[in-house]
Design a protein around this ligand. Sequence first.
Ligand SMILES: CC(C)(COP(=O)(O)OP(=O)(O)OC[C@H]1O[C@@H](n2cnc3c(N)ncnc32)[C@H](O)[C@@H]1OP(=O)(O)O)[C@@H](O)C(=O)NCCC(=O)NCCS
Length: 206
Amino acid sequence: MKPEDVKIIIADESHISYVDTILSTIEAAAKVRGTGIAKRDPEYVKKKIREGKAVIALYGDEFAGFSYIETWGNKEYVTTSGLIVPEKFRGMGLARRIKHQTFSLARKRWPEAKIFSLTSGAAVMKLNTALGYLPVTFADLTDDEDFWKGCQGCVNYDVLQRTGRRYCICTGMLFDPKQKMCTDAAKRELKSEKKSFWKRIFSNKD
Ligand SMILES: CC(C)(COP(=O)(O)OP(=O)(O)OC[C@H]1O[C@@H](n2cnc3c(N)ncnc32)[C@H](O)[C@@H]1OP(=O)(O)O)[C@@H](O)C(=O)NCCC(=O)NCCS
């Protein structure tokens, strides 16, 4: 199997049938990692797909990866979430390609929004860093209660509660479109993509 045989596309109605597989793959991976996860309702994921906010990777008809985006705090912030690549497809750069797509989607739809990530995963930290995210304290993230409710399913939720939502096991990382350092890094990272791909992400003045 070659990486280029896997397509990474914006998911649509025709991919709703993959939702159960997506969720069971995320759940199984969280068990292996010993982490909690923001429990996702199938209807919620279907909604993301129907709204054009999800990216799916397919090898033929076989599920090879997924992630979606969501806005918080009156669209001031965006997250890319639920990144998953089944074991069989790992280590061939699919997560990087999926992340490029979700990042691009977020930049295109909400160019003024800050993009953030709350993660304990080394791979995700690497991908975020390459795209210009910087580590921040939780005070720099959204105060949207609905976002933080997502942490309730995590095994470490008590830590978050104990610290008054100031610290936890996860690292907060933020891409601020107003910081040149961030946009320069993203441009460097996305240079490997076709020109048409990354050009549409940034406004002309950048
Ligand atoms: C994390 C995950 C999405 C990575 O998928 P993948 O397709 O294998 O990742 P890629 O091949 O695109 O690798 C991207 C980068 O992450 C690094 N990486 C991948 N897995 C890693 C790991 N377990 N630990 C540290 N770095 C890792 C790769 O080396 C690569 O960096 P490089 O280009 O500098 O070498 C996949 O392992 C997975 O689904 N895990 C379970 C779910 C999960 O942890 N999701 C993240 C939630 S925060």
